[in-house]
Design a protein around this ligand. Structure first.
Ligand SMILES: Cc1cc2nc3c(=O)[nH]c(=O)nc-3n(C[C@H](O)[C@H](O)[C@H](O)COP(=O)(O)OP(=O)(O)OC[C@H]3O[C@@H](n4cnc5c(N)ncnc54)[C@H](O)[C@@H]3O)c2cc1C
Length: 550
């Protein structure tokens, strides 16, 4: 069977949807093929936050930024791991992409209030404004397509933007602040009364983009999987896909093929080959369909790969019946520490999640085996903050019974339940408690950085990330090195074209999002640091594909 189109986009996450919107809005007949039965990929599981330096919402809010400043930040963090022209292409096009999507009404977005860059302290960093999030979307607008949108296994009953949810996370200690998120409650009531099916975060982002793509005539084929690329005279002219019955279909794309199929996080063999044995596949929060198909098929025609040994790492709890749950802001909250198997702290718990897992790799590998660590906290912490699908103060019996949450009436008793030498854990907690009261973490500097404090709770004085663990009972949850997806893949140029092993672009072939080697190198610049570049290079690819018409 044969199909012809102008632009063929493989994969329906943020990268693919943005590429499709750009190509279609330039007048191209555009088709998205998606391997699974659901639209959205990992993007749908995500916070939906986009890192867009120098964006127009910052300008409207009076927050200063510039191309130069963003380049300073990326030069001092990504360094020369990524070419200058690719970094510049990102920095120049990211604001254009966001402006285009919002001006066309394809997406409504706002600043994630007060979110600092992950290394706000280095040259070019900012204390807020670059992280942007989608506004809540009413799924009802999607009609029957809503049923085809990917959703997480565990979805919170609370629908709100990340800004709103962050305020609600401290409702027990800052009730008035939390009231600013009143719309969350209004939405819950309105949604129930009128069946609005509100969605937020990553689900909102994919819903906005899918709704807009459908509206302007992008075609979708779900349950269609890329098998291989079709070449003619050194150029890619299409792709062979297979439908769910295994029937092969050759799709010819007059203008180009954009690979947007996510990373290889669910391919056990590729993980073993490239990531080693330090992070298990079942601890990945990435979308099930992401098995490195784009990387395999483009490598087969000579594409170059880069950064294959890296991933978007995140410390992870394994919640029974739910699966991996990443642990983000909780590590900055006062009243908890993270210890290794001997009961010692080993890092600043509050640091950005990608960096925290790198610290886990540095500290927790014993005899070439990756070990786990434990978050240890007291009753005050449990009463105050939500944690791993649990509401503040409510620790379900099933979690205690399954051993997911361990509890002890004293620190020593808790230590025994997790196999740690009691005297050692006690001495760690006692030392931490002294530092918490003084407000200075002499060991790891927790609370010294803007991002730490953003995760903390102002109720804790003098350091918003520190409070002693002093109210029994005490708790522990085992924490593992997990990931949000991989970040290595096809090497691309400033126009998102795939580069071959001779360093030349492969005509007709583009790669964006997690199937391409990240333009952020080994760095994670700020909240939205994966989706921002994925959408930006999606936009660049979509526009570039369209140029073939000119
Ligand atoms: C809990 C969580 C929270 C996160 N929060 C954020 C955040 O707020 N901001 C941020 O920047 N990042 C966040 N991330 C990471 C981010 O979601 C991903 O890095 C990003 O969404 C990847 O986008 P993508 O378009 O490259 O891939 P995906 O969104 O994964 O889409 C890839 C699509 O391609 C499809 N596909 C795979 N193989 C084939 C094939 N052979 N043929 C056809 N289709 C195929 C897949 O099924 C999938 O639908 C988060 C991740 C998680 C898990």
């Amino acid at each position: 069977m044969r199909i012809d189109t102008d632009a063929l986009i493989i994969g329906s996450g943020a990268a693919g949807l943005t590429a499709a919107l750009a190509a279609r809005s330039e007048g191209l007949e555009t088709l998205i093929v998606e391997k699974t039965e659901k639209i959205g990929g990992t993007t749908a599981y995500s916070g939906g936050v986009m890192w867009i330096p120098n964006n127009h919402l910052m300008e409207q809010a009076g927050i200063e930024d510039s191309t130069l400043r963003a380049m300073d930040y990326l030069r001092s963090t990504v360094g020369n791991r990524v070419s200058e022209e690719r970094l510049l292409s990102f920095v120049e096009n990211a604001p254009k992409m966001l402006k285009k999507l919002t001006e066309e009404g394809y997406l409504e977005a706002e600043i994630f209030e007060g979110f600092p860059d992950y290394r706000a302290e280095v040259k070019g960093g900012v204390l807020g404004g670059r992280s942007v999030e989608p506004k809540v979307f009413s799924g009802r607008k999607l009609g029957e397509v809503f049923g085809s949108m990917r959703a997480r296994k565990f979805s919170s009953p609370v629908v709100g933007t990340m800004t709103e949810l962050r305020r609600l996370a401290v409702i027990k200690t800052n009730f008035l602040g939390a009231l600013k998120s009143w719309k969350v409650f209004a939405r819950a009531i309105f949604g129930k009364l009128f069946g609005s099916e509100y969605v937020s975060s990553g689900r909102a982002l994919t819903a906005w983009l899918t709704f807009s793509a459908k509206k302007i005539g992008v075609g979708f084929k779900l349950n269609h999987r890329l098998i291989e690329l079709i070449e003619n005279d050194g150029a890619v002219v299409g792709a062979r896909v297979e439908n769910h019955e295994g029937v092969p279909i050759d799709i010819f794309a007059r203008n180009g093929v954009v690979l947007a199929c996510g990373g290889f996080e669910h391919n056990t063999a590729m993980r073993a080959k490239y990531l080693g044995n330090h992070a298990a596949v079942d601890r990945s929060s990435g979308s099930e369909g992401n098995e490195g198909d784009a990387i395999t098929s483009a490598k087969a025609i000579g594409a170059a790969l880069d950064l294959m040994e890296d991933a978007w790492w995140a410390p992870t709890f394994m919640v029974p019946d739910v699966g991996p749950q990443i642990v983000i802001f909780e590590r900055g909250k006062p009243g908890q520490i993270v210890v290794d198997q001997r009961g010692n702290r080993f890092a600043n718990e509050a640091q950005p999640y990608n960096d925290f897992v790198k610290a886990m790799f540095d500290s927790l590998v014993v005899d070439d085996e990756m070990t786990s660590c434990f978050m240890v906290f007291d009753q005050n912490f449990r009463d105050r903050y939500p944690l791993a699908t649990m509401m503040p103060g409510i620790t379900p019996e099933k979690h205690l019974k399954s051993g997911f949450v361990r509890r002890g009436n004293s620190v020593e008793e808790l230590a025994k339940t997790i196999g740690i030498e009691p005297a050692n854990l006690l001495s760690t907690v006692e030392r931490f408690n002294v530092m918490a009261v003084s407000g200075k973490d002499e060991d790891f500097g927790r609370g010294d950085f803007a991002f730490d404090r953003f995760s903390g709770d102002e109720i804790a004085k003098p350091n918003s990330c520190l409070a002693p663990l002093n109210r029994a009972p005490f708790y522990a949850i085992e924490m593992f090195a997990g990931d949000l997806g991989t970040k290595g893949g096809l090497l691309t140029d400033k126009s998102a074209r795939v580069i071959n092993q001779e360093g030349k672009p492969i005509a007709g072939l583009y790669a964006v999002g997690n199937c391409s080697a990240s333009a952020m190198g080994h760095f994670y610049p700020g909240a939205g640091g994966t989706i921002g570049p994925a959408m930006t290079f999606g936009f660049i690819a979509g526009m570039h594909v369209a140029k073939k018409h000119a």
